[in-house]
Structures are given as structure tokens and as C-alpha cells.
Design a protein around this ligand. Structure first.
Ligand code: ADP
Ligand code: MG
Length: 255
């Protein structure tokens, strides 16, 4: 059986610049993987290419999601197949409230999947949505007032990252990519975000945590650690690899 997410010989360019040069990786539901790499090594490029951001051109290789090669599919189609990306730098959407944004995202996904029993054609019922939103926000210890604010507009780093995880909690992806979920967070916010993620981890979710620092991996514990250097996975191992890296630095991997 192939893994739920199979990345094979992935080459990605941004314009003329070649960033990923033959990256291989497999992630199954129920597994937590970490991809670590120095700044500028292409971690966000990997996340964006997987999600289907058109600014990142896949020039060679395949991305298989549950048996389907998704290269060429738009981001919303990939989302309907169960893929989710929490951005390193989430964008603001002035004029769109958090509640509206999340409900629209849930309905769009449900419509595309042709799901029944969740409010019929209209997607999720308002009542179910309110309930899920409330539970998610409580889990992430978010101020209830955030629901009526514009998406990420004037949000602190911690609020932005919590909103990314709230989306994940509501959308219930099968494979989630978290791009530096710890960046811009103080230690308290980091704990809350990590606890939220850990509650979502389970047999139906495969997680790819992308990070520069080992710190987040004290909270979200990976079973597998991969090190991205020069556009490829240079080294893979268990959780001990992250600690070794913290100690010896990325130059050690290059050698
Ligand atoms: P990481 O997330 O590991 O820090 P990125 O994937 O963001 O790395 O970036 C990889 C390389 O691509 C870097 O050299 C960066 O400068 C370059 N890069 C990223 N985004 C762009 C862009 N929009 N245009 C040109 N180069 C970019
Ligand atoms: Mg990045």
C-alpha cells in the first residue's frame, strides 16, 4: 500500500530559481513528521508546492494524495482531498469576519465532497457551525470576540497562529502541513497552539510540521524527522535526530 501522501522526486522553482531538487517523502495518517531545515532551504516552498500555490512551479516529480497525483490540481481541489496548510505568514482579509470565513471554508469543502447529513445542500447548519466554532475557540483559548473580527486584520502573532489551528480543527484534514507553527509565538502561546494541535493528532490525521527550530518538537512530538538541505531530504530518522541537529547544527548534515 502506498502512503496517504507520497512525494516523489519533487522539483520546484520560483520563477527561474530552482529550490527543490528531487525531494522524496511519505506521510501516513496517524503519523507525525517533522521537516527541519535552515532558513531559505525551501521549507515554505515545499508547503506551498504541496498545497498548489501557482507561484511555485513543479517542474518534475509527483505528489500523490490518497492515490491521486495532485500536481496540476488547484488548491481548493487539494483541500477537498483532505490536504490543509497552516501558513507561516497568514494573510489578512479585511472585510471578512473570522466566523464568515470559516463557515464559507467548511461549506466549500462539504459542497465539493458532496457530503450528506450535515445540513444538506446548504452545507453545515448554523447551529452545528456555532457549536464547532465555540469548541474550537475554547480549545485554543481564543477570545470569543475574535469570531467577529476581520481575518488576521491587526491580529497578534499568537492570534494568527491560533486561527490557523482553528481552521484545521474545523476542516478536519487528513494531511495537515504546519509551516513554522511556532514562529512569532511566545512560550505561552506556543504551548496553547501545540496543545491544540496535539488534540487533533490521531489515527485520521497525518501531520507534517515544518520548523527551523527544535523547540516546537518538545511539544508536538514527531515519530519521524527529516532534514531538508540543498533542495532534498538529506537525512531522515527518529525524534532523536532533531536533538542531534540542535546540538550539532546544519553544517553537520551538509558534511
Ligand atoms: P524556508 O521556508 O526554508 O526559509 P523558502 O521556501 O521560503 O525557505 O525559500 C527558499 C528560497 O526561495 C530562498 O532562497 C528564498 O529567498 C527564495 N524565495 C522564496 N520566495 C521567493 C519569491 N517569491 N521569489 C523569489 N525567491 C523566493
Ligand atoms: Mg519558511
Amino acid at each position: 500500500m502506498d502512503a496517504d501522501l507520497v512525494i516523489r522526486n519533487l522539483h520546484v522553482s520560483i520563477g527561474e530559481k530552482v529550490i527543490l531538487k528531487g525531494l522524496n517523502l511519505e506521510v501516513n495518517r496517524g503519523e507525525v513528521h517533522a521537516v527541519m531545515g535552515p532558513n531559505g532551504s525551501g521549507k515554505s516552498t515545499l508547503a506551498n508546492a504541496l498545497m498548489g500555490n501557482p507561484a511555485y512551479q513543479v517542474t518534475e516529480g509527483e505528489i500523490w494524495l490518497k492515490g491521486q497525483n495532485v500536481v496540476g490540481l488547484a488548491a481548493d481541489q487539494r483541500a477537498r482531498l483532505g490536504l490543509f496548510l497552516a501558513f507561516q505568514y497568514p494573510s489578512a482579509i479585511p472585510g471578512v469576519s473570522v466566523a464568515n470565513f470559516l463557515r464559507t471554508a467548511l461549506n466549500a469543502r462539504a459542497a465539493g465532497q458532496g457530503e450528506a447529513g450535515n445540513g444538506g445542500r446548504g452545507g453545515i447548519s448554523m447551529r452545528d457551525f456555532r457549536q464547532q466554532l465555540k469548541e474550537g475557540m475554547e480549545m485554543l483559548r481564543m477570545d470569543p470576540g475574535v469570531a467577529s473580527r476581520y481575518v488576521n486584520d491587526g491580529f497578534s502573532g499568537g492570534e494568527k497562529k491560533r486561527l490557523e489551528i482553528l481552521q484545521m480543527a474545523l476542516l478536519k484534514p487528513e494531511i495537515a502541513l504546519l509551516d513554522e507553527p511556532d514562529s512569532g509565538l511566545d512560550i505561552d502561546a506556543l504551548r496553547i497552539v501545540a496543545e491544540g494541535v496535539n488534540r487533533l493528532v490521531g489515527p485520521t490525521l497525518g501531520l507534517l510540521v515544518i520548523t527551523h527550530y527544535q523547540r516546537i518538537l518538545d511539544y508536538i512530538k514527531p515519530g519521524f524527522v527529516h532534514i531538508l538541505v540543498d533542495g532534498r531530504i538529506a537525512l531522515s530518522g527518529g525524534p532523536e535526530l532533531a536533538l542531534e541537529l540542535e546540538e550539532k547544527g546544519y553544517d553537520w548534515v551538509r558534511e
